[in-house]
Design a protein around this ligand. Structure first.
Ligand SMILES: C[S@@+](CC[C@H](N)C(=O)[O-])C[C@H]1O[C@@H](n2cnc3c(N)ncnc32)[C@H](O)[C@@H]1O
Length: 247
């Protein structure tokens, strides 16, 4: 799977970023074309390495358990799965913990397939078809906003403003989780086929900080095959916490 392997065809970002950043619409169009043609199953969501699914689910579930144990996540009413695709994370991770899970993805066909893949509407809230670069989460709704393997689809600037809108979407004491592949050696890599960047962790953290977030817990995914980018799970809270409504 090229997006998550260290050895795949990709370029160091400076040139690619500069040319693409002038026209982020082109990058987003490329992504939409790529993802609307992928297979609508776990294989497609995991870029051709379906064996990632098991360890990924265990890693995310354990991460959520630690957030609960450490009182980082204290309510389990509503979660939002960003870049949800067919609902793999929704079904196997979030629905086991949250009363209701909303989903957002750029690709209509993937969101449509999620009904069959998940197999029940019970525990599914709203389904939004929109790019995260423009999506505005409902205000103060979510105990957790989960952003997995999609942050690299946004330019630095759009990711910053998306995270700022996510902060507005958090319920009091809400948490944003980013689960993402990160590059080594401090370089951002651009993948032309699906218009996606793999950033170093330092840049991801800088973007989160610029958006007004700070890290409350982080860990690395284990159990993946060798040769893939490292995958980090990062829990973030707003620097200025969301206040309870006084009604
Ligand atoms: C690698 S898949 C990950 C899917 C899911 N998060 C998972 O882990 O199974 C990337 C997903 O992000 C979606 N996506 C790509 N660009 C997006 C964007 N700009 N806004 C929202 N979703 C996007 C794709 O349609 C695809 O479903």
């Amino acid at each position: 799977m090229r997006r998550r392997t260290e050895s795949g065809s990709c370029s160091e970002a400076p040139g690619a970023i500069n040319s693409d950043i002038e026209n982020p619409h082109k990058v987003y169009e490329k992504a939409e074309t790529f993802w609307s043609r992928c297979t609508q199953d776990e294989d497609g969501m995991l870029g051709g390495i379906p064996s990632l699914h098991g360890p990924d689910v265990v890693g995310s579930t354990n991460f959520l358990k630690i957030l609960k144990k450490n009182l980082i996540v204290t309510k389990f009413d509503n979660a939002l799965d960003c870049g949800a695709g067919i609902g793999r994370v929704t079904k196997h991770v979030l629905m086991n913990s949250f009363d209701s899970v909303d989903m957002v993805d750029l690709v209509d066909e993937l969101v449509a397939t999620s009904a069959d893949y998940i197999g029940t509407d019970d525990g599914i809230g709203e389904k939004f078809v929109e790019g995260l670069q423009t999506f505005e989460p409902p205000i103060q709704k979510y105990d957790v906003v989960w952003i997995q393997w999609v942050s690299g689809q946004l330019t630095d600037q759009d990711l910053t403003s998306f995270l700022q809108r996510c902060i507005k979407g958090l319920a009091p004491n809400g948490t944003i989780v980013i689960k993402e592949s990160v590059s080594a050696g401090g370089k951002t890599l651009y993948h032309d086929s699906d218009g996606c960047w793999t950033r170093p962790e330092s840049l991801l953290l800088k973007i989160a900080q610029n958006a007004g977030l700070h890290v409350v817990h982080k860990t690395v995914q284990t159990g993946f095959p060798k040769g893939l980018f490292a995958v980090k799970m990062i829990a973030l809270k707003p620097v200025h916490p969301v206040e309870e409504d006084d009604d």
